[in-house]
Structure formats: structure tokens, C-alpha cells
Design a protein. Structure first.
Lengths: 297, 297
DNA sequence: CCAATAGTGTCTATAAGACACTATCTT
DNA sequence: AAGATAGTGTCTTATAGACACTATTGG
């Protein structure tokens, strides 16, 4: 390539003389919502335990938001991508490095970090209960798996000039051994004749650092959206699982009961049956399945 | 809040003494894929014109990628969000500022900009042909609306240890008055027992700057995905339109013919009929509709 | 036998695909 | 009338919801 620019430089010459301008630059963090599913305490000896959807949070040991709980994450370093930073953080916090990982959204509200200009490129990770055992690899920080609940609280709709504004308020609750966090996150859809847009905002917040309530809301909504038309939920399952367990996972993600027959038809192509069965369950044994790695989607 | 950190500082005191570290920080750009739909030249006087899906590109006037075509975009400034930067760029390039806008993905591959460390937070905007007329507000740069085509070229699947790697290669073609750009973008899905991920890469590239072929691919895939379950395509329509025109827009987005009866059932709830009709078309007049701003979704 | 879960069959309601038909305007 | 597009009716197929029924284990 030998084109010359208006200063008569080739591209190579240009790059050699190029110096990054003195523009102010943001810090970019990779923050992760790490989901897993755990079993509740079996309240009766012969009943199946219920599934709980959990995310990992870390208690902040310094300002700002000292003592509040935050998503695991950290600054992206030179010579790594945001995704590599996310993988690095994930390994540091959980010891796990072979997971489903998906970029969610980049948050850049001004003032979202009181220290300085920080954007957050957020990721969602799904790890299964098998891998969860390895969680020992902690640093000094206090970390805990919080049970998550996310429910529609209020729905409002105002008509405005040539359109409407619709606000959905969701209640986010997180709980872990005595710790109870909660927040209300609003999703506002503004629809006018031509334009249209969606915006998240935090209505109230008790115990979460930064704008992490928004990021968590974004993650659970993405997860709920994808559960119905992908095999994403299978990344939360151990190698072998029963169809009832899989159904429980779908139910706890969607916060909604499903019909057994219809569910089994729907996931039939996503799983492969094995010749193994559950044992000593106190009732009829159940066939074990594994994730289908064939065709489809 | 009077909690003290390990140095005995309150949050306020901490923030006052805080100085941004000397870590290297990336530049962050907001790049936009601006879609619109135009009519082709009517090849016969009584036939309906065909619809064409177009995006706006700008020819680079300096290194790097001098002479190549790039997406409109620019660096995010302090005290604005990535979205505000996108809106600002949009107004500068098209004079339009009331559009559908959606964040796509943040690209951060190292070396994606040969000058320095630059991430791109990408957006998709949809503007309708009414607004398009206002395009006069250009700066010196050469800008053009390129007709877009994006087609599956090859599909490959390799089995690997406990999983598979599936590669879909898409051909991206862009054309505008003599200028013909093309690229091949591969989407690779890696599915292993536990992990799983999707990755885009550029296989070949003729005429596009940076990794913008990837960004365009990402945008058209998002648009195709959303067309089928949202009213997103209506943002590409003028105030009044016929159902046939709307169907043509769906068809040009999906690159696939649709059945008229089924299509009309499907969009029935997304539009509201008016009492206006097309005139002097050389054939039966067609009822005009507008976007339905009621309930739904 | 009972409690508990596993697993299947089938009827119905709804949506999508396929295709043919009728309607209305201009030249 | 011919050419072009507008608009509707209806049969078939696929999918999801609802619900009832049978099956298999341990206690």
C-alpha cells in the first residue's frame, strides 16, 4: 500500500510518527454475572430438592462502596481483549476456565464509578454444579453465591405526543446466608413515531455496588430470552442429568412452572439419552441424559 | 456513609485523594451501522420498484486505511455516554436525530486499529426514507449509501474431542454507484462438553477499513434476528406505507421471499390501517397503514 | 398398599405454510 | 380485455398447552 495522505506520508510512515493524542480516555472494566444452579436442602428425605439460580458476588474491601457487594470483574489490560479479561477474572474468582461466556452490554453512564471515568463491558458466564466444587481458588476477598429472584413489580404506561412511554419495574432480590440484598430496576421503552429506545435505570438499591443491579437485570433478561430458543440452559447442567432436573432449571430461570409433556417434546432434540439411571432415590429411577452435541442451531 | 477503609478514610475523603492510576487506558469509539431502505429504479413504468437495504459508509481521507470505506463513528468524549456519542455522530453525518438506536457489541481485538489501543462500541440505527432526504448535512468527507447483501457462502463442521467446531462463512457485498466492496466473515461456534462460544473473524476483505466488516455482519444478523419477533422493521418505513412495501422490506432484510397471506396475518397487530390509498399506480390502489403504537410487546 | 417421581398418549387451540381465488385499478 | 397489484378464504401442517393415564421404585 503506497497511497500518500495529505502530508505526503505512506501508511507505514504515518504509523511510525503517530502518537496517541492527549484526549482523555476511559478505563474499561470487564464485569461478569456468573450464573450457576444449586440444590436446595431437601426438606423431606424422599422428595427431590429444588433448584436455585445463583450468581457470584464479592464484598468490596475498599472505597468506593466499601462493604457493598459487587460483581466480579476488573480492568481490561493492554494487549488483552475484554473477553480475555473476563476469562482471566473468572479463573481468578472461581478457578474455572471452561465455560459458556457471552458479552452482554457496555455500560457507560457518566458518574457510574465515583472515582473516575469507567465503562463496564459486561459478560454473562454459565457454569455447572460439577465445576462449582472447585470454588476453593479464592483470594482474600469475601465471595458468596447469592440466590437470585427477579420479578415484575409494576407496569406503567403513559401516552405522550405521538407515542407512549412504558415502564416496567422489576424487583431484584439476592440472598445468601443471612445477607439480603435488593434493588428495583426499571426498563423504560420510549416509542415515538420514528424513534424508539430502551433504557435501564435503578429505582432503588440496597446493598449492591455501582450500577451492578442494572447489569444483573440485563443478564437475567438475556438468559430468560435465550432459554426458550437455544440450548443455553444446558451449560448449567452437569454431564449427566435427568429431564426433571433440566425442567427445574428452566423453571427457576423463567420463574414459571412448565408442563412436563410439552417440556419433554421441546428439549428432545437438545439432549441425548444414556443407559444410566438415578439410584436409591426413594422412588422410580430416572433415565440420565447428556447434552446433545449434534446438528441443530 | 461513615465507614472507614483500611487507611482510616471515609468514602468522601477517599474520593478526594483519589488519583486515576497510571494504567494505560484504551480509546473507545462509537461506530454505527445506519440502515435505511431505498427504492430501486423502476424498470418498467407500471411495476413496483424493488426495495434495497442500504448502509452509510464514509471514505477515509487519512491514514490508516486511507481511501477505504469505514462506518461513521468517532471517539467517545469525557462526560458523554457511548450512546450519546453515537447520537452525536449520527446527527453530524445525516442531520437526523430521532431514530431507532440499539447497542450491538463491543469489539476489542488487539491491533484492530493499527494506531493505538481502540475499542469500538458499535450501534445499529434505523432511519426511514422520509428522513433520508435530509442527508445534505455532510462535512467535507465523502459519504455514500451502499446497497448491502449478506449471504451464507459455506458451512463447515468438524468434530473435535468431546464436541465440534462449526464455521459459517458469509459473503458481504456492498455496492454504490461503481464502488464495489466485498468481504467474507466467518462465524465460528465452538461447542465442547462444558464450554461454548461464538467468534467472528474476517476471512477476506476488499475495500472496508478496520474490522468494520465484522461490525456490519453483526448488525445485519441482529436485524435479521429481531425482524421476526419485534416491530423493528417498522422503523425503516415512512409514516404511511402499504403492506406490500412492508413485506418487501422484510424480504430484503431476510433475503427470502415470504407468502403474502401469512405475512399479513403476522404483521396485523403491528400496524394500524388508515383511510388513505396509493394513487396513480397503474393498477389497483393499495390501502396505506401506519405503525401501531398500542400495546403489544 | 402408599408415596413419590418417571414417562407416555391424546385431544385441543393456535400459528405458520401453501395455494387458489376474487377484486380493482390503468392502459 | 390485458396487465398489474390488492386483498381474502381455506386447507394442511407443525407446535404448544392441557390433562389424564400408566409405570416403577422404596418404604
Amino acid at each position: 500500500m503506497d497511497m500518500l495522505d495529505r502530508d505526503g506520508l505512506t501508511e507505514l510512515e504515518f504509523l511510525e510518527q503517530y502518537r496517541a493524542g492527549d484526549f482523555e480516555r476511559p478505563s474499561v472494566a470487564a464485569d461478569m454475572v456468573i450464573f450457576t444452579v444449586t440444590d436446595s436442602e431437601a426438606d423431606s428425605y424422599r422428595k427431590l430438592p429444588e433448584k436455585e439460580l445463583r450468581i457470584l458476588l464479592i464484598r468490596r474491601g475498599g472505597h468506593p462502596f466499601l462493604g457493598k457487594w459487587a460483581l466480579p470483574g476488573g480492568f481490561v489490560r493492554p494487549n488483552e481483549t475484554t473477553e480475555q479479561a473476563a476469562v482471566r477474572e473468572l479463573r481468578e474468582e472461581t478457578g474455572v476456565d471452561d465455560v459458556y461466556l457471552e458479552q452482554l452490554y457496555t455500560f457507560s453512564d457518566i458518574g457510574r464509578d465515583p472515582r473516575t471515568w469507567v465503562m463496564s463491558c459486561s459478560y454473562m458466564a454459565l457454569i455447572n454444579s460439577d465445576q462449582l466444587e472447585l470454588k476453593a481458588g479464592d483470594d482474600a476477598a469475601e465471595a458468596a453465591w447469592f440466590k437470585l429472584s427477579y420479578r415484575l413489580l409494576r407496569e406503567r404506561k403513559e401516552l405522550v405526543e405521538d407515542g407512549y412511554v412504558k415502564t416496567l419495574e422489576f424487583e431484584l432480590k439476592l440472598s445468601s446466608e443471612g445477607e439480603e440484598l435488593s434493588a428495583v430496576v426499571a426498563r423504560t421503552v420510549t416509542a415515538r413515531a420514528t424513534s424508539s429506545g430502551t433504557d435501564y435505570s435503578i429505582v432503588s438499591n440496597d446493598g449492591l455496588a455501582f450500577d451492578h443491579a442494572k447489569i444483573i437485570a440485563c443478564a437475567i433478561e438475556r438468559l430468560r430470552g435465550k432459554v426458550n430458543y437455544t440450548d443455553i440452559a444446558l451449560h448449567l447442567m452437569p454431564k449427566l442429568f435427568t429431564l426433571t432436573e433440566l425442567q427445574q432449571v428452566y423453571e427457576v430461570i423463567m420463574d414459571k412452572e412448565l408442563l412436563k409433556a410439552a417440556f419433554r417434546r421441546k428439549v428432545a432434540d437438545l439432549v441425548t439419552e444414556t443407559d444410566h439411571y438415578t439410584e436409591n432415590a426413594g422412588h422410580r429411577p430416572s433415565r440420565l441424559y447428556r447434552r446433545n452435541l449434534e446438528d441443530l442451531r
